[in-house]
Design a protein around this ligand. Structure first.
Ligand code: OOB
Length: 539
């Protein structure tokens, strides 16, 4: 059973201060359905469900999952796109006392198998098809590789699997759920190796989105549109669909963030707030002058997941007619927001300040000493909704957390008066490609599995549109002829999410490291990146 434990003195403090209120996901949905049963809760292309309907469907899903013999505490990988069924299915999982492991729709066999093995999942929940991709054969392949996955449950046409709405219902009582227990496992961006699993409790997570909903001004008249994949922490909880449901708002599920789709939904549903990554914001600003849709209902555009440069931030109000809110967060916990009434220079020039007065933030130099205000340093944090450990990762935990429980975010920030943070970059080696985090090491390991590749180093290269793109430097084995498309095709064949396929492949005869003696992988990547940028190399 996954655990997430804060030392007693912290847990008591967080309860005393009212952050942790002893409420579960199931409790809050029931409370909303009781308070305003007929209000619309979630909308997608096919469905418009009220709070009462969402609860009814969630309870049916819970009984169906229990009918399969799943027991409280069992893990269920949930790989669902932005559909209304996400909400009822996930609350069904919660009500049955099961623990969702949130995979992204972009994840493929390699990633799903990894999540299944790490979490010990007993079931996998998918949609039949989404945006042209059929998830059923993928699920069969995962199940074949991980026999522990006893059930594949499908929203829609089940094919060879089980349909969620036709499971034999259990007539047992729904279990009592402990609010301090782990509610779900989320996927880390992962700077080294494979993604780690992040255990979040009901208490801590509900606090984060309850407070977020307040900061973002959500209420019964708000309409929140989930434009990014909802399994991601940003559209899930900052304030995301959870914060919106908590506040009694309406959630609109947007199947993809293209300007055409998103603007159409903003106009049709009167969307008041949504959140996107910087490249999507750029596309929307470009598309807005020519759109036929009336997007004037939009009051707040949140931008986060990767750095939004001030030049672009300054254009949001003019282009889209709404307030910008910068969001700098991480699935491990800490989330920062610019406040809606902050002065324009704060909104444009910073990535916000923490949610909670009890979010502790340290900005330290390489030796671990605090740097003066305004100077760049490593961001470490601890607080009422930041994890103290990853699930089942003793060595990563030793690296990622200090002995007194601070999470080393890997981000380099400057802290300004008032606690506002400006993100300067990353100390670690991941590539932040349009908000998707890619571990260099993970991709290098895949490349090294090719018999024609002698060595590979993957680095981030600044990219005007994506923020960063990935570039693989590859040394071939003697007498091997490989071209970039073949390397990319090989990566695709490894069964990984498409965003992990290197954007660019550069073949080099050697890494020229012998002259400087043995250097770390980090230093090697930095050197390759610097040389690439100096030479202005292009594919
Ligand atoms: C969000 O969560 P993750 O877990 O995918 O990624 C976290 C990392 C941060 O450590 C930072 O390196 C980067 O993403 N990041 C930003 C940023 N927001 C996230 N870097 C610069 N500026 C920003 N505004 O990405 C996430 C989770 C909740 C809310 C928002 C984003």
């Amino acid at each position: 059973m996954p655990r997430q434990v804060w030392p007693d003195e912290f847990a008591s403090l967080y309860r005393e201060k009212g952050y942790w209120q002893g409420e579960t996901f199931g409790d809050f949905l029931r409370a909303r359905a009781a308070r305003h049963p007929d209000r619309l809760a979630v909308v997608d292309a096919q469905n418009r469900w009220t709070y009462a309907e969402v609860l009814e469907r969630a309870e049916a899903a819970a009984r169906g999952l229990m009918g399969l013999g799943l027991q409280p505490g069992d893990r269920v990988i949930v790989q669902l796109p932005n559909i209304a069924g996400f909400v009822s299915a996930v609350f069904g999982v919660f009500l049955a006392g099961l623990i969702p492991v949130y995979a992204l729709p972009a994840h493929r066999q390699t990633e799903l198998v990894h999540f299944a093995n790490r979490s010990g999942a007993r079931a996998l929940m998918i949609a039949d098809r989404h945006e042209g991709f059929d998830y059923r054969p993928l699920a069969s392949a995962v199940q074949q590789e991980v026999p522990g996955i006893a059930h594949v449950v499908v929203i829609g046409d089940p094919g060879p699997h089980l349909a969620l709405d036709a499971l034999p219902a259990s007539d047992a009582e729904l279990p009592q759920v402990d609010p301090s227990s782990v509610a779900f496992l989320q996927i880390s961006g992962g700077s080294t190796g494979l993604s780690k699993l992040i255990p979040r409790t009901h208490d801590d997570y509900i606090y984060s989105f309850r407070a977020s909903a307040e900061i973002c001004g959500l209420g019964p008249d708000s309409v929140y549109m989930a434009a990014l994949p909802v399994a991601h922490n940003f559209p899930m909880s900052s304030p995301g669909l959870m914060g919106a449901l908590y506040a009694g708002s309406r959630v609109v599920m947007c199947p993809n963030p293209s300007a055409e789709t998103a603007f159409g939904l903003i106009a049709a549903e009167g969307v008041t707030i949504t959140g996107v990554v910087p490249p999507v914001a750029l596309l929307w600003m470009q598309a807005a002058p020519r759109t036929k849709h009336d997007i004037s209902s939009l009051q707040v555009l949140q931008v986060g997941g990767a750095k939004f440069i001030p030049e672009a931030a300054a254009r949001v109000r003019g282009a889209l007619g709404c307030t910008l809110q910068q969001v700098f967060g991480m699935a491990e916990g800490l989330v920062n927001y610019t406040r809606l009434d902050d002065p324009e220079e704060i909104i444009i020039g910073t990535q916000g300040r923490p949610i909670s007065p009890d979010d502790e933030v340290l900005v330290l130099d390489d030796e671990g000493n605090p740097v003066p205000e305004g100077e760049p340093g490593h961001l470490l944090t601890r607080g009422p909704y930041t994890i103290r450990a990853y699930h089942n990762e003793p060595s990563a935990n030793a690296r990622s957390f200090t002995p007194d429980g601070f999470y080393r975010t890997g981000d380099i920030v400057r802290r300004l008066p008032g606690g506002y943070l400006v993100v300067q970059g990353r100390a670690g080696d991941h590539i932040n490609r349009a908000g998707e985090k890619i571990s260099a090491e993970e991709i290098e390991d895949h490349l090294l599995a090719h018999t024609g590749i002698f060595d590979a180093a993957v680095v981030s290269i600044p990219d005007e549109f994506l923020g960063e793109r990935s570039c693989a430097f590859v040394i071939l084995q003697p007498d091997t002829a490989l071209r970039a498309p073949e390397v990319k095709a090989f990566m695709r064949g490894r069964g990984v999410a498409d965003f992990k396929v290197p954007d660019q492949v550069v073949f080099v005869p050697e890494f020229e490291t012998t002259a400087v003696g043995k250097i770390s992988r980090n230093q090697l990547r930095a050197r390759l990146r610097a040389r690439f940028l100096e030479e202005g190399a292009r594919p």
